[in-house]
Design a protein around this ligand. Sequence first.
Ligand code: FMN
Length: 314
Amino acid sequence: MNTINQLFNIKYPIIQGGMIWCSGWKLASAVSNAGGLGLIGSGSMYPEILREQIKKCKQATNNPFGVNVPLLYPNIEEHIKIIIEEGVKIVFTSAGNPKTWTNHLKQHGITVVHVVSNVKFALKCQEAGVDAIVAEGFEAGGHNGKEETTTLVLIPLVKKAITIPLIAAGGIGSGNAMAAAFALGAKGVQIGSRFVTTEESSAHINFKNSILEAKEGDTQLSLKQLTPVRLLKNSFYEKVVELEKKCASVEELSNLLGRGRAKKGMFEGDLIEGELEIGQVSGGINKIQTVKAVIEELITEYNEVIKNMENNYL
Ligand SMILES: Cc1cc2nc3c(=O)[nH]c(=O)nc-3n(C[C@H](O)[C@H](O)[C@H](O)COP(=O)(O)O)c2cc1C
């Protein structure tokens, strides 16, 4: 049996990545109900909102689900406390040191996975005792590593370096890409962008429509001096580019970013002034679907491509 399916007790090794402003209980529970693993993205939630979201998710599915916790979040202690109190059994940590919380979470019987963008951190995760690793390539939506290592290159390198189960992320939006990730050594996939445009995602409809319109080349890794993030090119992105051309300081860039940009763009639908985080794979997303339809499509494509590859073998 697939080790990722076993680890989380799920039917398909498809994980919906935690995503600020997009992955609340509705999306997470829909993914879990469809046989994957849904994750609530706690990074955009105040502690009491997170508690409410977990409670709703528990009501909406009997299947396993988890919470993504970006470790740089200011209310981190409170978030961890709520996750434990609410009996959440799976936590995906990201954006921080895997050594800080892994032990504590595991002592409470929680399965811990950490997201990395390079081999060095993958090894650090393994040392910290995590149960699995997500290795995320440069193509991915959201905040990325500075190394710019693509998924195609990163997965085999991480696979070679570690012994614990590996989940691939970044640029996976089809069953074909899923098969490629498995061929490279991953046992599961974490998908973000493709789920942003599902009916159950809490992304604003304007943001969803702008993803459908996006073509190859319409995203760019930006704000490398602050925290690198892949942005859909819009007026806010152009302002970032202008400032960067002038060799702006970290402070100037922080001032431009200000507070609430991501909410403005992705949750409130301001396509001009908002920050729109999405992956390169947006160039291939062209319809709004239910989560169930997406997962069924991924599995059908995966099975077809595997069969065709066998037929075409040399
Ligand atoms: C809108 C958006 C928000 C995201 N927010 C988070 C987050 O809060 N925490 C995190 O660990 N990853 C975050 N990510 C990354 C996803 O969890 C996932 O790893 C990534 O999207 C995978 O690459 P893909 O977009 O090519 O599928 C975000 C991605 C997107 C598109």
